[in-house]
Design a protein around this ligand. Structure first.
Ligand code: ACO
Length: 171
């Protein structure tokens, strides 16, 4: 059972990954109080985010939490950083319920970002391992993702393989 502050229950966070985090870092579910810990700044390293107020951020958090069993956002927190920048990594598993594959459940890895000064320290690979662990725990038969070709080698190191062709239709 998740606390009212957590997006989902911390029981789903891989013990194995927690044990191999660097000394000052830990990995946990996104919390309702994380707006001021630099969550959006980390995402800005990935793509356009825009100016989002705390009220709007919190409204989106609450909406995701109400979609029980659908949004699993993890953050990596570095306790040695300034509190306003202590989130140094984030990533989301989105869980899709299907009619196909005998009412199968499919995971989608979305919005993976590690802060610039923390890249190359194996945090990204741990984040993906932790999201894969949640996917297995909640019954996903597979997890898929779209990425820039320049990041394909990273995902291959995480155990992902190329399949299909990514398509976009912007509105
Ligand atoms: N190309 C090739 N290899 C890479 C890359 C890359 N872009 N990034 C990491 N690797 C390799 C590393 O060298 C390492 O290899 P090794 O085990 O042989 O030493 C391995 O992958 C693991 O690397 P990490 O240190 O765990 O990677 P990092 O913590 O830097 O995270 C990430 C990688 C998430 C791509 C990070 O660089 C980042 O946040 N980039 C900016 C945002 C971004 O592009 N996010 C991905 C969006 S795609 C999506 O969200 C589905």
């Amino acid at each position: 059972m998740a606390s009212s502050q957590e997006l989902f229950s911390a029981v789903l966070v891989s013990q194995k990954v927690k044990e191999i985090m660097p000394d000052t870092c830990h990995i946990r579910p996104l919390k309702r109080s994380d707006f001021h810990r630099g969550h959006l700044d980390v995402l800005r390293g990935l793509t356009h985010v825009g100016e989002i107020s705390e009220a709007a951020w919190t409204e989106r958090f609450d909406w995701m939490k109400r979609c029980n069993g659908t949004y699993y956002t993890l953050v990596i927190v570095d306790e040695s950083s300034d509190a306003s920048k202590s989130i140094v990594g984030t990533g989301t598993l989105f869980v899709e319920k299907k009619f196909l594959y005998e009412l199968g459940t499919q995971g989608h890895i979305e919005d993976i970002a590690i802060a610039g000064d923390m890249q190359g320290k194996k945090l990204g690979v741990k984040l993906i391992q932790a999201l894969d662990h949640i996917a297995k725990e909640v019954g996903c038969y597979k997890t898929i993702l779209d990425c820039d070709p320049k990041n394909a080698a990273f995902y291959e190191k995480c155990g992902y393989g190329k399949a299909g062709q990514e398509m976009h239709h912007y509105y």
